[in-house]
Design a protein around this ligand. Structure first.
Ligand code: HEC
Ligand code: HEC
Ligand code: HEC
Ligand code: HEC
Length: 448
């Protein structure tokens, strides 16, 4: 072997070893491909004033459906994109049916009695909707799961809601995007991060009132709301549209009372006034299932009145090592973020927020357990009295109304994801009303 060849070999070996070291540390030390944050203790609480909003050219590369995907934004907004992906860290599901067995009773005959797990991070929307044991015949369950569905509705109209679930799911998977930039920004994230309402039903329901809600609240309120699927046939195809819809037209109508009145006023599947999600077999009650009325609950709270938005408590404002300041797009509990907790101090002084929140949640949850069990007992007593056949028509009608309303108010509180923290007065009010109606019903049944 000549000298030249040997030097060549040595250099090659060194290059290969160096490349391997770089590659392996990159793989094993995952942090290096992630964003780095500046030391919080040196910078103190940041506000939106600290963000330097930029206008940048949007990426030209779109997904098949014309939306700009997160991967395309990644180069322009690495921190925002990485933190959005980090929603995958929130991966735990609690089975509500195991935690609160009375639910199986009160949701009897409906999908939620079969499978009801807690929500987790946005990264899991498509996986979770595909795997739930709740039946989903049509595509409307995909409404809040992917911007590709949103875009299909924008392009093709309300007919999309009644398409076959699997067919639309596969079409969405061809783009592969869970809740993403397009959901909250359209294709305009480059215009200083402008927020856009992309879910068409929000504009239909609220009309001009859309502008009365802070965009950084309404962007979450496209999904974290109470909704129903319409029974009207607006496209004349002979079938109900099953379009997702909000049951109100303004913030003032977002109370559980006003929403109940809205449902009572529109027709159900039987064409009679009194919308219902399902008829409970044992009692014949036309039941409503509340969804997750976070925005409704929040907008009536003291914090909304003080001008805070969802983003203020669920999206930390962070400085990266290079000095850029942005909203983290990892949506967290404020209690899990020192950065967010540090912003509570300006109004709450030195109060321990974690303790304050837990005190409210513990009290609300304890009441839910008591009243949920009472509701199940009421349902069973009503069912027994019906099968004994000794209730007058009029009594049955009154009991149906009480039962429908008791469950509505209970559910409105139970399914709200903050467990009372967003608005403890409203949570307790809902439980009070539910409890009163259960007592009235039990008294009518002679069981009071
Ligand atoms: C396109 C609909 C949609 C929008 C818009 C949306 N969410 Fe969600 N969000 C969901 C769904 C669906 C889940 C549940 C995902 C799962 O469990 O698979 C969820 C889950 C969450 C969770 C986790 C819940 C838990 O108990 O761990 C948080 C927190 C959250 N969202 C906050 C927000 C905030 C804050 C905004 C606005 C910045 C927002 N979301 C906007 C649909 C949406
Ligand atoms: C003043 C602060 C504040 C604002 C503003 C706020 N939230 Fe929350 N939110 C909380 C607290 C506190 C909890 C309970 C956190 C916990 O249990 O760890 C919570 C819980 C949640 C949860 C359950 C997930 C979790 O991590 O526990 C969701 C979803 C949620 N909020 C959505 C919203 C939406 C949507 C808005 C706007 C309509 C909003 N929040 C506005 C403070 C806030
Ligand atoms: C669930 C809704 C939601 C999603 C998904 C989302 N954003 Fe945002 N984004 C927001 C909200 C809310 C704000 C804060 C707006 C405010 O208060 O000014 C924001 C702010 C921004 C800003 C302004 C700068 C800043 O840090 O406040 C940019 C730029 C931005 N987002 C880009 C993106 C990109 C790129 C993606 C996808 C990788 C994305 N967003 C995904 C809701 C969302
Ligand atoms: C703009 C001022 C302001 C900010 C910022 C603020 N709060 Fe509050 N908050 C209030 C006021 C006012 C009340 C009502 C008086 C009270 O209960 O302390 C309140 C009440 C509460 C309540 C009781 C709500 C209820 O319905 O019972 C909780 C929980 C709470 N705050 C948590 C937080 C958390 C957590 C943060 C920070 C993420 C925060 N707040 C930031 C002003 C603020």
């Amino acid at each position: 072997m000549n000298k030249k060849m040997l030097i060549y070999k040595v250099i090659c070996t060194i290059v290969i070893i160096a490349a391997a070291i770089l590659l392996l540390t990159g793989v094993f030390n995952k942090k290096d491909s992630m964003y780095h944050l500046a030391d919080r203790s040196k910078i103190g609480p940041l506000t939106t004033e600290d963000i330097s909003y930029r206008t940048v050219a949007a990426p030209t590369q779109t997904l098949k459906d014309g939306t700009i995907g997160a991967e395309a934004w990644k180069e322009i907004y690495p921190y925002i994109t990485q933190t959005m992906y980090a929603n995958a860290d929130n991966d735990e599901i609690v089975s509500y049916l195991e935690q609160d067995p009375y639910l199986v009773q009160i949701y009897e005959g409906y999908g939620f009695a079969k499978d009801y797990g807690s929500a987790r991070g946005h990264a899991y929307t498509l996986k979770d909707v595909h795997e739930t044991k709740r039946p989903h015949a049509t595509a409307n369950c995909l409404t809040c799961k992917s911007p590709s569905f949103t875009k299909m509705v924008q392009d093709q109209g309300v007919g999309v809601y009644t398409k076959d679930f699997e067919e639309v799911y596969n079409e969405i998977m061809a783009n592969g995007e869970v809740i993403s930039c397009y959901t909250c920004h359209g294709n305009d994230a480059g215009s200083k991060g402008a927020l856009r309402v992309t879910h068409t039903y929000v504009n239909k329901a609220l009309g001009e009132n859309v502008s009365t809600i802070d965009p950084a609240t309404l962007s979450c309120g496209q999904c974290h709301i109470e909704y129903y699927f319409t029974n009207v046939d607006s496209d004349g195809d002979g079938n109900p549209d099953s379009e997702a819809m909000m049951p109100y037209h303004s913030v003032e109508e977002m109370t559980p009372e006003a929403i109940l009145a809205y449902y009572d006023g529109i027709a159900g599947k039987d064409g009679e006034p009194g919308f219902y999600d399902w008829i409970q077999e044992a009692t014949g009650t036309k039941m409503l299932k509340a969804q997750h009325p976070e925005m409704e609950t929040y907008l009536q709270s003291v914090h909304a009145q003080n001008g805070l938005s969802c983003a203020d408590c669920h999206m930390a404002i962070e400085m990266q090592e290079d000095g850029t300041v942005n909203h983290s797009h990892k949506l967290v509990s404020p209690l899990a973020s020192q950065t967010i907790l540090s912003t509570c101090v300006q109004c709450h002084g030195s109060t321990n927020m974690v303790e304050k929140v837990h005190r409210i949640q513990d009290a609300v949850t304890a009441r839910e357990t008591v009243i949920g069990n009472k509701l199940a007992a009421f349902k069973n007593a009503f069912a027994d009295a019906l099968s004994a056949g000794n209730l007058s028509e009029q009594k049955i009608a009154t009991l149906h109304k009480l039962h429908r309303e008791a469950q509505w108010f209970f559910d409105f509180c139970y399914v709200e994801n903050s467990e009372g923290a967003h608005n403890s007065a409203l949570a307790n009010h809902c439980l009070d009303v539910a409890e009163e109606k259960i007592s009235e019903g039990m008294a009518l049944l002679g069981e009071g």
